[in-house]
Design a protein around this ligand. Structure first.
Ligand code: SF4
Length: 359
């Protein structure tokens, strides 16, 4: 039997090729994209401006997939919602909706688990299980939008690739998903409202910037240290992607207004939060400071971790030192601390629950 084409695997050009190959006029691609991404339907029967014959033809050749909601938690503190989705092979992934005063941001996952092994991260505990496919990335957005209501006032305007996984280790699927997110005929989000957060895999960052088909979006890089020894301890990936080479690569990326690089720094008590660290970080960035913003993230403890969250006073002291170097700093106090806040925690909780139910 011929395998059906998953329509959410196609960027707009590929969708046009698909309709032409199936002897349909080219404009059908626009109609189909409108139903999938604007109306967010999950069946061909809902595409009411296509004739019954066309819908039947599409059913034979193509499929529309969706994600199954396993569970969700709503934070009473700030309204953020953490979703757990069940994939077709039984694995689960998380997505978080962050509700700011005037916009909504979705934090999406790109892999089941992660191979990078950052010491402060819960997701990586069981290693990498697999990459997500493009539809599984895109559907996190579509399903959450449906969940909160697909209306203009509820529109999720920002997407951050900061959930489970290293996005640039799943390059092709992430690239395709960004094409679908930013195409006006598809999800139509602004390029400036999308951020890819990487642990700093140098050759993949270079590949992305040299790839003419990768729509330009914002880049965030997990720095988390002010020198090589410290970074190697927190992020083993730094053994081969040294802090010096990483900063050289980032320094070379041409500056573009509205696309400053976000350097993320998880502050861990007694590990990387001293005054000395703040000064070293300040010096490291100040030579090119206009190009960067620093995002300070006080560590969010999870069960079994050896690390602690610094006090608010210590976080603010660190921030003030960076100001002295005229660096733009934002402190990201974690959202949803009353729900399973660390990335991967809700997933783990659900797996444990299932084990209890089975035994
Ligand atoms: S912080 Fe990101 S890159 Fe590092 S192990 Fe966790 S998911 Fe992977």
């Amino acid at each position: 039997m011929e395998t059906k084409t998953n329509l959410k695997n196609l960027n707009f050009k590929e969708l046009e090729d698909f309709v032409i190959k199936n002897n349909l006029p080219k404009f059908r691609a626009k109609q189909i994209a409108k139903w999938l991404y604007n109306k967010k339907v999950d069946s061909f029967d809902q595409m009411t401006d296509l004739s019954k014959a066309v819908r039947e033809q599409l059913k034979e050749k193509a499929e529309i997939t969706s994600l199954k909601l396993a569970t969700y938690e709503i934070s009473e503190e700030d309204g953020s919602i953490k979703f757990l989705w069940k994939l077709k092979d039984g694995h689960t992934i998380e997505t978080v909706l962050i509700q700011e005063r005037n916009h909504k941001t979705l934090c999406i996952s790109t892999q089941v688990g992660c191979a990078v092994g950052c010491k402060f991260c819960f997701t990586t505990k069981d290693g990498l299980i697999r990459n997500l496919e493009t539809p599984e990335i895109i559907d996190q957005y579509i399903e959450v939008q449906r969940f909160i209501g697909n209306t203009p006032e509820n529109r999720i305007s920002n997407v951050v690739y900061m959930g489970m996984g290293e996005p640039l280790a799943n390059y092709d699927n992430v690239k395709k998903s960004v094409q679908i997110f930013t195409d006006d005929k598809m999800l139509g989000l602004s390029n400036r409202k999308i951020t890819i957060s990487s642990s700093g895999i140098i050759h993949q960052i270079e590949k992305m910037y040299n790839d003419p088909d990768f729509p330009q979006v914002k880049l965030a890089v997990s720095l988390n240290a002010s020198n090589q020894k410290q970074r190697e301890y927190l992020m083993p990936i730094s053994q081969t992607n040294t802090i010096e080479d990483l900063m050289k690569t980032l320094d070379k990326i041409p500056f573009k207004q509205g696309f400053r690089i976000m350097l993320e720094y998880v502050l861990i008590k007694g590990v990387n939060d001293s005054e000395e660290d703040a000064h070293r970080l300040g010096k490291l960035i100040s030579r090119n400071r206009k190009k960067y913003k620093v995002n300070l993230i006080p560590f969010n403890p999870f069960p079994g971790t050896e690390f602690q969250r610094p006090t608010e006073k210590d976080v603010l002291r660190f921030e003030k030192i960076l100001w002295k170097y005229n660096i733009t700093v934002i402190v990201r106090w974690s959202k949803g601390k009353d729900i399973s806040a660390a990335c991967g925690q809700l997933r783990k909780k659900e797996i444990e629950n299932q084990k209890i139910m089975i035994t």
